[in-house]
Design a protein around this ligand. Structure first.
Ligand code: GTP
Ligand code: ZN
Length: 362
């Protein structure tokens, strides 16, 4: 036994460090680097990083495509940060907000020597911290000694990389009766992941039979739609429609997954909305920010269902990926129940884009 933090605990700490603008130390395959999130970079920290050597900027291939920067490592681009570049230079490459006003950002020095392992790890970390997918790295020697000297979090590439790709186990924390508009017989369950990430919820309607397929909905958090009644999406009407159908049938389970903005977080979703105001659609906006169309992990939905005792569902969705992810995770989808509600003048184009580009069923 030891009180030393595990790699899962160190990753949770690293997310907080990066959000606060602190560097972390990454080590693996005989190399080491200090890494810091582009989004939270201060002028002082940029100057401090430069004392260690030449700084490079890690971007996703998606962001690099918009910037027309060369990508030599499939999914990751590594750009040399010129010695006279300031924090605004970094910011303008990380954040597409002013791309249209200043489209000519290059030419860039794009690195191809060595490998991109630590850059890829840095991107995975800033993404999991729900920051813009861009990080600065500077190579260092003696990673462990440096981390100890500066009190920085040390992340080992070989141990951390598989953990970042996994879904953390979730555990039930508390549950209580919760009568809701759709059904007096409601029960809310809270699940907490082992990795210090967001909690997720399940609302059970009635007393669903565990030996039969349950009417189920995997709902991803949408603060704007669920709470504010935003007309830009269909989330609010889908949430209430799903609960109403469960109430009418007398049984069901709705998972409320805290994966705001298809897993990019509310701040990044608002950046995407701002790009949509410039004329880009929901998929293009995610790509210009450097994200994939959908960064959600639906495995946690199957884990919660299983923990509640369900292994077969009648899934309320128009999204074929939710069905395949459920089946892949061993939850049998006996029926897809369509959920087409809440179309309006403001979200018609958004719904059409989901049908055309993301394969949503009409
Ligand atoms: N990044 C991004 N996320 C959005 C946008 N509009 C809505 N969202 C998010 O998209 C998610 C919608 O999730 P779901 O209701 O599960 O929708 P879905 O994947 O289309 O699947 P079904 O509704 O089941 O058919 C929520 O997390 C919203 O916050 C957008 O324009 N950009
Ligand atoms: Zn929404």
């Amino acid at each position: 036994m030891s009180l030393l933090p595990s790699m899962i605990e160190l990753l949770a700490r690293a997310r907080v460090d990066l959000r606060m603008g602190l560097p972390v130390v990454l080590a693996g395959n005989g190399a080491a680097a200090l890494a810091i999130a582009a989004e939270s970079l201060s002028a002082q920290r940029l100057a401090d990083l430069r004392a260690y050597g030449e700084v490079s900027l890690a971007l996703t291939a998606r962001r690099a495509a918009t910037l027309k920067a060369r990508v030599y490592d499939s999914d990751i681009a590594r750009l040399t940060v010129p010695a006279d570049a300031d924090r605004n230079w970094v910011r303008s490459l990380a954040d597409p907000a002013d791309d249209l006003n200043s489209p000519m950002k290059g030419p860039f020095i794009c690195q191809r020597d060595g490998n991109a392992d630590l850059h890829r790890l840095a991107i995975a970390l800033v993404k999991s911290a729900r920051l813009l997918p861009a990080a600065l790295l500077v190579p260092v020697e003696a990673a462990a000694a440096l981390a100890a000297e500066l009190g920085l979090t040390l992340i080992n590439h070989a141990i951390a990389t598989p953990l970042l790709g996994q879904s953390s186990p979730l555990h039930p924390v508390a549950a209580a009766r919760l009568p809701v508009e759709a059904a007096a017989a409601g029960r809310l369950h809270v699940f907490r992941p082992e990795d210090g990430g967001e909690e997720h919820y399940a609302i059970e309607i009635g007393r669903p039979d565990r030996s039969a397929p349950v009417l189920a909905r995997l709902h991803s958090a949408c603060f704007t739609g669920d709470v504010l009644g935003s007309l830009k999406c269909d989330c609010g009407p889908q949430l209430r429609g799903a609960l109403a159908q469960m109430g009418a049938e007398g049984a069901g389970v709705l998972l409320y997954l805290n994966q705001e903005g298809r897993g990019i977080g509310l701040a990044n979703k608002m950046r995407a909305y701002s790009l949509q105001d410039q004329g880009f659609d929901t998929v293009e906006a995610n790509h210009r920010l450097g994200f994939e169309d959908d960064e959600r992990d639906f495995r946690l939905g199957s884990e919660i269902l299983r923990k509640l005792g369900f292994d077969q569902v009648r899934l309320l969705t128009n999204n074929p990926k939710k069905i395949s992810m459920m089946e892949h995770a061993g939850i049998k989808v006996t029926e897809r129940v369509p959920l087409r509600v809440g179309e309006n003048d403001f979200n018609r184009a958004y719904l059409a884009t989901k049908a055309n580009k993301s394969g949503h069923m009409l």
